[in-house]
Design a protein around this ligand. Structure first.
Ligand code: GYE
Length: 324
C-alpha cells in the first residue's frame, strides 16, 4: 500500500513539474511574440474617401495581427491632440495620424519625440520647421492632383471657363495644395478665371449648401464650370444644381478629386465630367512603414501613392474595378 502511495505521489509530482514547465514556456513564447501596438488618430468620417481609408487601415492591421488603437477626431484638431497624448500615455510602439490641418502640431510632436515614439504621417502633411518630428509621410501629391484637374478643365473648356470652386477644409494640406496646383495651371489661360470660392469642408452636405448659395447669387448664370476639391462636395453640388434646374455636367462642367464609387456613378449618369484619383487604400504601405521602423530600417521622408484621371467615357467600364 505504502509503495502504491509513493508511486502515485511521484506521478503527481512529475505531472505538476511538466505542467509548470509548459506554463513557463507558453508565457515566454507570448512575451517573445508580443503584439505590436499602433495608435492611429483619424480625422473623422467626412467623405467616402475617408471611410475607405479607415477600412483599409483597420483591415490591414487585423491582417497583420497588429493591435490598433483607433481614434476618430470628428474633424477637430483638439480631439486629435488629445488622442495623440493618450497614445503616449499608453506607451504604444508607433503613432500614426492623418492631420486635419497643416499647422499647430509642433508641441504635441515634441512631446511624442521626448517619449521616444516614432510618428508616421498618413495622407496629409504637417507644416513643421523640424522634420525630425516625424519619420515618414505616406500620401498623395495634392498639388499634382490640382494640376490634373486644371489641365482637364482647360482641355474640356478650350481654355474658356468661369469657375466656381468648392474648397476643402480650410488650412488642410489637400485644400491648400489642390488650389495651388489648379490655379497654377489655369493661370496660363487668360480665358479661365475663378469667380467664386468657398469651403464646403469636404462634406456632401456643405458642398450642397455652398453650391446653393453660389446659384442664388446675381451672377450665377455666368458660371460654366465647377472645381470641387473632393467628390463628396461635387455630389452635393450636383444635387443643388438639379434642384435649381441647372444641368450638372452639361450647363456646368464639373471636375472633382478622389475617384470614389459615387463619382463614377455620377459620371456614368452624365452628371460629373471628370474625377482625378486620390487613392485612400494606404493601409498596406502604412504598416510596411511601421514594420520597417520597428526593424530599424531607414525610410524615405515621403512615399507617394500612384493615381490616375478618369473621364465620363471611361466610367461604365471602370465602375466594376473600383475598390472604394
Ligand atoms: O480628398 C477628401 C477627404 O485628405 C486626401 O480628405 C484626403 C481628403 C480627400 O475628406 O475626400
Amino acid at each position: 500500500m505504502k509503495k502504491h502511495f509513493s508511486q502515485t505521489e511521484s506521478l503527481v509530482k512529475g505531472l505538476l513539474g511538466s505542467l509548470l514547465l509548459a506554463t513557463i514556456c507558453a508565457v515566454g513564447a507570448r512575451a517573445a511574440e508580443k503584439k505590436i501596438v499602433v495608435g492611429f488618430s483619424q480625422i473623422g468620417a467626412e467623405s467616402g474617401w475617408r471611410t475607405a481609408n479607415t477600412e483599409s487601415i483597420k483591415a490591414e492591421a487585423a491582417k497583420r495581427g497588429i493591435e490598433l488603437k483607433f481614434a476618430d477626431a470628428q474633424q477637430k484638431q483638439e480631439n486629435q491632440i488629445k488622442a495623440l497624448r493618450s497614445f503616449v500615455a499608453q506607451g504604444v510602439d508607433v503613432i500614426a495620424f492623418s492631420p486635419v490641418v497643416e499647422t499647430g502640431w509642433e508641441w504635441v510632436l515634441r512631446e511624442i519625440k521626448r517619449a521616444g515614439i516614432p510618428v508616421v504621417l498618413s495622407d496629409r502633411a504637417v507644416a513643421v520647421t523640424d522634420d525630425s518630428l516625424y519619420v515618414t509621410f505616406i500620401g498623395a501629391d495634392f498639388v499634382e492632383e490640382g494640376r490634373r484637374a486644371g489641365r482637364w478643365l482647360a482641355k474640356a473648356s478650350d481654355g474658356k471657363a468661369v469657375i466656381a470652386e468648392l474648397v476643402g477644409t480650410p488650412g488642410s494640406a489637400p485644400a491648400i495644395d489642390r488650389k495651388k496646383g489648379f490655379t497654377e495651371v489655369i493661370g496660363q489661360y487668360p480665358g479661365m478665371k475663378i469667380v467664386k470660392s468657398q469651403s464646403g469642408d469636404f462634406t456632401r452636405a456643405k458642398g450642397k449648401e455652398v453650391m446653393e448659395s453660389f446659384l442664388k447669387s446675381p451672377d450665377a448664370k455666368q458660371i460654366t464650370a465647377l472645381f470641387a476639391h473632393n467628390d463628396d462636395m461635387a455630389l452635393g453640388a450636383i444635387q443643388a444644381m438639379e434642384e435649381a434646374g441647372v444641368k450638372p455636367g452639361k450647363d456646368i462642367l464639373i471636375v472633382s478629386i478622389d475617384g470614389v464609387h459615387g463619382a463614377f456613378e455620377a459620371m456614368a449618369a452624365g452628371k460629373l465630367n471628370c474625377t482625378v484619383e486620390c487613392n485612400p487604400l494606404i493601409g498596406p504601405q502604412l504598416f510596411d512603414a511601421v514594420d520597417a521602423i520597428l526593424a530599424k530600417k531607414k525610410l524615405p521622408k515621403r512615399t507617394q501613392v500612384i493615381e490616375g484621371v478618369f473621364e465620363q467615357s471611361q466610367a461604365a467600364a471602370e465602375l466594376p474595378n473600383r475598390k472604394y
